[in-house]
Design a protein around this ligand. Structure first.
Ligand code: SF4
Length: 206
């Protein structure tokens, strides 16, 4: 009989991947349910949610493709379908008249708000963790995302850990060990940002 506690053959990193994979499956299946009910594909819904989350920017197709981690060709096809559905428009970018920006139409804003809610079904499950464990889990996720970015497996996003203003672990304070030089304030692991509009990419010299 196999020993179910023989972790030599099933280390915790492997079991964590199996757990993440189950959550990904749930997210994908929920995205299909949400997409179907709105007459969209999951990719189209992701694009709407991305545009909704970055309202102040003239998003180019390349930024959309990077933002949802897909190829420019797939993003272009999805945007064309969204244009036909009247949910987004292609317009001249305000910062460069030669460039084309993708913008939500008023109907697109309504659909985007619904699409942004697709992952909310996970909220209840995450909230079953005590707040301290949520912070540890979030910090672990941040570290994994950062590593995947370093390995160029996912697009780089505007996270504290890659920010010029981020000063990690400068205080002997368990709750707020880090410092943001931009706002000159201490903060904790639970406040680490995954997509901060004020982010400035850290260079080797900074
Ligand atoms: S500017 Fe934003 S990303 Fe940079 S350290 Fe401060 S909160 Fe984090």
């Amino acid at each position: 009989m196999n020993n179910p506690f023989d972790t030599m053959n099933d280390p915790i990193a492997q079991r964590t991947i199996a757990g993440l994979s189950k959550i990904c499956t749930a997210l994908r299946s929920q995205a299909w349910v949400g997409a179907e009910s709105q007459g969209l594909t999951p990719t189209q819904g992701q694009i709407l949610a991305l545009l909704q989350a970055t309202p102040d920017k003239d998003m180019r197709l390349s930024a959309i493709a990077a933002g949802i981690a897909t190829t420019p060709a797939t993003a272009s096809e999805a945007v064309s379908s969204l244009v036909k559905k009247g949910l987004v428009s292609r317009e001249r970018a305000t910062d460069d008249r030669r460039a084309i920006a993708i913008r939500l139409t008023p109907e697109g804003h309504q659909q985007a708000a619904k699409a942004a809610d697709w992952p909310d079904f996970l909220l209840d499950a995450v909230e079953t963790l005590p707040s301290e464990e949520q912070t540890i889990f979030f910090k672990g996720l941040t570290t994994i995302i950062h590593q995947l970015q370093e390995d160029q497996k996912i697009p780089v996003s505007r996270m504290c850990v890659t920010c010029h203003y981020f000063n990690p672990n400068v205080y002997d304070d368990r709750d707020r060990p880090h410092h943001c030089n931009l706002v000159d304030a201490p903060f904790g692991d639970g406040d680490l940002r995954l997509d901060c509009p004020e982010h400035v990419t850290k260079t080797v010299d900074s």
